[in-house]
Design a protein around this ligand. Structure first.
Ligand code: CTP
Ligand code: MG
Length: 212
């Protein structure tokens, strides 16, 4: 079955404040280059790029990014040709092949799945600066990408959400909102998202042992 990898890379990287994250470097390679290497096996790769950054110097299919992540993925899924699509944040440069294989085998059987990892810390409600109710972390997961879907499932969910003017932070939410169950597949903590400046330090450390 043909697999398309869809890469939303059109964010502006405000929390790091050094321009679009896709072009930040970890060990001499941009985050986009890391991810393209991680999915080199895919039948098709399409990247949503920020306005003004269309010329990557890389030979890869691109679409214009949207104002939100959801809009970027909507642009991507409309041009994808694979029967299965994997959506992956370029802000997660370390692609762990074994985790992606686990995800794909679930998507092939159930049509929708995401990687997710346990919550390592105590999780608590903040109540006006005070320690509130503890949320049982064993019943919660942190959601990662890639997330995989049969293309038609994701496409229809995106078109409906657009008509209804609803925004979701990830694609699993959007597909679940459409009534389609989404399986949770064990992720990998190396697939963390680079969000804050200190995450780049973690990434530099991991990059040093990545191929050893
Ligand atoms: N993304 C996108 N289009 C947008 C916003 C985000 O394609 N309009 C992508 C980002 O490039 C990233 C992924 O969605 O790969 C996750 O977003 P996030 O980590 O929030 O990245 P940014 O939005 O760039 O960062 P920030 O929120 O700090 O500005
Ligand atoms: Mg963002």
């Amino acid at each position: 079955v043909k697999v398309s990898v869809l890469l939303p890379a059109a964010g502006s990287g405000e929390r790091i404040g050094r321009g679009p994250k896709a072009f930040l470097k970890v060990d001499e390679k941009t985050l986009l280059e890391w991810v393209l290497e991680g999915f080199a096996w895919a039948d098709e790769i399409i990247v949503a790029l920020p306005k003004g950054f269309e010329d990557t110097g890389l030979s890869v299919l691109t679409v214009p990014g949207g104002a939100t992540r959801q809009q970027s993925v909507c642009n991507l899924v409309q041009v994808a040709t694979g029967e299965i699509v994997l959506v992956h944040d370029v802000a997660r440069p370390f692609v762990v092949r074994a985790a992606v294989e686990r995800l794909l085998s679930e998507v092939r059987t159930s049509g929708a799945a995401t990687l997710a990892v346990p919550v390592p810390d105590t999780l608590v409600q903040e109540q006006s600066g005070r320690y509130g109710a503890v949320i049982p972390r064993e019943h919660h997961r942190l959601v990662q990408t890639p997330q995989g879907f049969r293309r038609e499932v994701l496409l229809q969910a995106h078109l409906k959400a657009r008509v209804e003017g609803l925004e979701f932070t990830d694609d699993a939410q959007l597909v679940r909102w459409q009534g389609h169950p989404v399986a949770l597949v064990e992720g990998d903590r190396r697939m963390f998202k680079i969000t804050y400046p200190e995450d780049l330090l973690l990434a530099e450390g991991l990059a040093r042992v990545w191929n050893s």
